[in-house]
Write a protein that binds this ligand. Structure first.
Ligand SMILES: *Cc1c(COP(=O)(O)O)cnc(C)c1O
Length: 352
């Protein structure tokens, strides 16, 4: 089966560099929140064009700690979309706050800036690698703190500014399948606000402001470890090249509307009314297409909130993710494209 992503092909060429980084950490004997994390934080902050970066355990924790750091607590309302895989909802509920769902633009599948409800904070997800309309969203949010979910948009830019540098804070995941992926879990919060930086630093370690003094309530243990930071450091200089290749693959597919000029591609997502049939036909022919994401957050059994957002519902019914990863060859892209086109035309095809 040809899957949507191939982490072996992605990471195997880095085996020697990873072994060196691992040896370095092993020989130093410092494994959590040490010099590799500190160096990665500085390098990633510079890459994002922000003043601060705080490494945390994963992307969902990044969202939760960022929400807490801007003052979110029990009973407060956080506006977010419902088509982006439950991550923002999970973080909101972890704070004891209440998600308020906003519909998406039917074309871009990103948050619709004209539909913002009153809330205490806003999470904006740059879904599939596409930048949301940050100038309009920042204007519409007014004094509401805006948190960007950049877990699918490492390196994306709009008007010359990176994802994560627009809002009060930007949250990243380094889950292995992300555009910048560790070899395990990892995450980060980036910000230009020194107070948010300080609070997230405390919150990721029991609320400590100094060792064994817990000053900030709502603290957790959510730390980036040295091995993952060392691996992220060797991968960061390769990110722009990988993103460029992902964009070239998307352009070669040409089966979905193009994004903005400085978007990146995380997932290559097409839309089709007969999505489930197309997916089954692709699988029969050895191509593993996936659905990101099948169920709006408010319909998840663990959430079950009252909402009906027509564009969100339609996205969840129609989206289909095709294989896209930097190591895919032109030949492979061509074969998948031909197969999809043939199936959409209703013609029979050879198996891939
Ligand atoms: C992957 C992802 C997250 C969560 O990251 P984890 O590290 O798995 O917790 C959050 N938001 C989006 C949009 C993601 O794709």
């Amino acid at each position: 089966m040809f899957l949507i992503n191939d982490l072996q092909r992605h990471n195997q060429p880095l085996a020697e560099a990873v072994a060196q980084a691992t040896r370095r950490v092993l020989e130093r004997g410092w494994f959590v929140l040490g010099p590799e994390v500190e160096a990665f934080e500085a390098e990633f902050a510079a890459y994002c064009g922000v003043g601060h970066c705080v490494g945390v355990g994963n992307g969902t924790d990044a969202l939760e700690l960022a929400l807490r750091a801007v003052g979110l607590g029990p009973g407060m309302r956080v506006a977010t979309v419902a088509n982006a895989g439950m991550y923002s909802t999970t973080a909101i509920l972890a704070c004891g706050a209440v998600p308020v769902y906003v519909d998406v633009d039917p074309q871009t599948m990103l948050i619709d800036p004209s539909a913002l409800p009153p809330a205490d904070a806003l999470i904006v997800t740059h879904l599939y690698g596409r930048m949301a309309d940050m100038p309009r969203l920042m204007a519409a949010a007014g004094r509401m703190p805006v948190i960007e979910d950049c877990a699918q948009a490492h390196g994306a830019m709009l008007d010359g500014r990176r994802a994560g540098s627009w809002g009060a804070a930007g949250c990243f995941s380094f889950y292995p399948t992300k555009n910048l992926g560790a070899l395990g879990d990892g995450g980060a919060v980036v910000t230009n606000d020194a107070a948010i930086d300080r609070r997230v630093r405390a919150l990721r370690q029991y609320g400590w402001t100094s060792k064994y003094t817990a000053e900030i309530p709502g603290g957790r243990n959510s730390r980036l470890d040295e091995l993952q930071a060392a691996i992220l450091r060797l991968k960061l200089p390769l990110l722009d090249g990988w993103n460029a290749r992902r964009c070239a693959i998307a352009a070669a597919y040409g089966l979905a509307p193009r994004g903005g000029p400085d978007d990146v591609v995380h997932l290559y997502v097409i839309r089709c009314a007969g999505r489930d049939r197309l997916r089954a036909a692709l699988r029969e022919r050895g191509v593993g297409a996936e659905v990101h994401y099948p169920l709006p957050d408010y319909r998840q059994p663990a959430v079950a909130l009252e909402a009906v957002l027509p564009h969100t519902e339609r996205c969840c019914r129609e989206v289909l993710t095709l294989p896209c990863f930097p190591e895919m060859t032109d030949e492979e892209v061509h074969r998948v494209r031909e197969l999809v086109e043939t199936l959409l035309d209703g013609r029979e095809s050879e198996s891939l």
